[in-house]
Design a protein around this ligand. Structure first.
Ligand SMILES: Nc1nc2c(ncn2[C@@H]2O[C@H](COP(=O)(O)OP(=O)(O)OP(=O)(O)O)[C@@H](O)[C@H]2O)c(=O)[nH]1
Ligand SMILES: [Mg+2]
Length: 387
């Protein structure tokens, strides 16, 4: 995945547009304050703090004004996994949690401990009301964090306290601050019990309300996909989907393209409210275009009906040898499947580092119908887990 990342040198104008926030939310200083908190719970009155992780990378990240927020335990783990792959050059990762111990072990570039007064750094204890109240306690910090960003990803696992309660509140604040909000969330395994799924579905409705676009990853589907996986492997697979959504969309915006999908195009599609799917696929050899788009569209985790979609974005990445016929094959395979009047934007990155015979496709299909976002009274949890 490394070849997906590029470095943009920020210019002065961009610098001014997005002042350095590393002094407020940087990981290193936050870690120190978390350590103090854990040593002496409630003792110090330090707020979350800051330090630059790497000034050059921070500059790069500031240029694009994209934040990837991981909320709660699962969300923070997703930011860890992003960092383990080298981060996303184009977005800043931020972990937000009520759980000080977990936050301390997180490698996100910035961190925010929320609800310190309320929970004293001990987590939201499965209660979304505590999660929401914790985020409310730090409303001004959250506003400061998101202000001036164009696009904010909100990633979380729904079903417990912090992610379920705090993520919708954070999404609302980001929208109020004028950011485009794309949420990516998981739903619990059936083995976690029906009450968790009920909590998750309530949180999902609320999160959807404050997100321009929402991508739902149903954990239970992972087991159908890979029944012999350990829990750890299954979580990692869900994390991959979360990460692909964040990285894939960031790339669509920040990679320089021969035929450019710019942020305005992306916004036009993502501004629509509702569930979306994102697929990433690669192809090799003679049929690389068909292979790449088939792989991108056939991820079993992205379990929704796309025929009613009214907007799609596709970004194609290949070496200079890509032909017009290949572009046509890819775009036609998408437009054939979505609504005939759908708005459709495609772009093409010429990437010299791609092997000659390979091609990669990222596709975002907006406004799809999702069974998880039906009216609550029409949802049967058993059917969702069974089907
Ligand atoms: N993909 C993925 N899902 C996870 C992971 N950890 C937990 N989950 C899922 O996310 C849901 C919420 O768990 P957490 O994120 O740990 O909960 P939280 O938001 O921190 O809430 P509290 O701990 O109650 O404050 C769980 O019910 C699981 O379904 C993870 O590492 N990866
Ligand atoms: Mg937690």
């Amino acid at each position: 995945m490394d070849d997906h990342f590029i470095i943009n040198i920020p210019n002065e104008e961009d610098e001014n547009k997005n002042p350095d926030k590393s002094t407020s939310f940087g990981s290193e200083k936050t870690n120190k304050s978390l350590e103090e908190l854990l040593k002496n719970q409630g003792g110090s009155n330090d707020r979350f703090s800051s330090q630059s992780v790497d000034s050059y990378i921070q500059q790069v990240l500031r240029t694009n004004r994209i934040l990837a927020l991981g909320v709660g335990g699962a969300g923070s783990n997703a930011t860890n996994n992003i960092m383990a792959r080298g981060g996303i050059l184009g977005a800043i990762t931020v972990a937000i949690n009520t759980d000080a111990r977990h936050l301390l072990s997180t490698n996100a570039e910035q961190k925010v401990l929320v609800g310190r007064e309320l929970t004293n750094g001990t987590g939201a204890g499965n209660d979304p009301n505590i999660g929401r109240a914790a985020a409310e306690e730090n409303e001004e910090d959250i506003r400061e964090l998101v202000r001036g960003n164009d696009l904010v990803f909100v990633a979380c696992g729904l079903g417990k306290g912090t992610g379920t309660g705090a993520a919708p509140f954070i999404a609302r604040i980001a929208q109020e601050e004028g950011c485009l909000v794309v949420s990516v969330c998981t739903l619990p395994f059936s083995s976690e019990g029906q009450p968790k799924m009920e909590t998750a579905l309530e949180g999902l409705q609320e999160l959807n309300e404050y997100s321009n676009t929402i991508i739902v990853v149903p954990n239970e589907k992972l087991l159908m996909y890979a029944p012999d996986f350990t829990l750890w492997d299954a979580f990692k697979l869900a994390d991959d989907v979360l990460i692909n959504a964040v990285v894939g969309l960031t790339e669509l915006i920040v990679l320089p393209a021969r035929v450019n999908v710019d942020f305005a195009d992306t916004k036009k599609i993502l501004r629509r409210s509702g569930p979306a799917v994102i697929g990433v696929g690669r192809g090799k050899g003679e049929n690389r275009s068909i292979q790449a788009i088939t792989n991108a569209l056939s991820n079993p985790l992205l379990d929704v009906d796309i025929t009613s979609s009214t907007g799609a974005l596709v970004n194609i990445k290949a070496n200079k040898n890509i032909s017009m016929t290949e572009v046509d094959t890819i775009t036609t395979m998408i437009t054939d499947q979505i609504h005939s009047k759908a708005e459709f934007v495609w772009g093409c990155n010429i990437d010299e580092s791609m092997p000659d015979d390979e091609l990669a496709v990222t596709v975002v299909i907006a406004e799809v119908s999702s069974p998880y976002l039906s009216k609550p009274e029409d949802i049967s949890i058993e059917a969702l887990w069974r089907d």
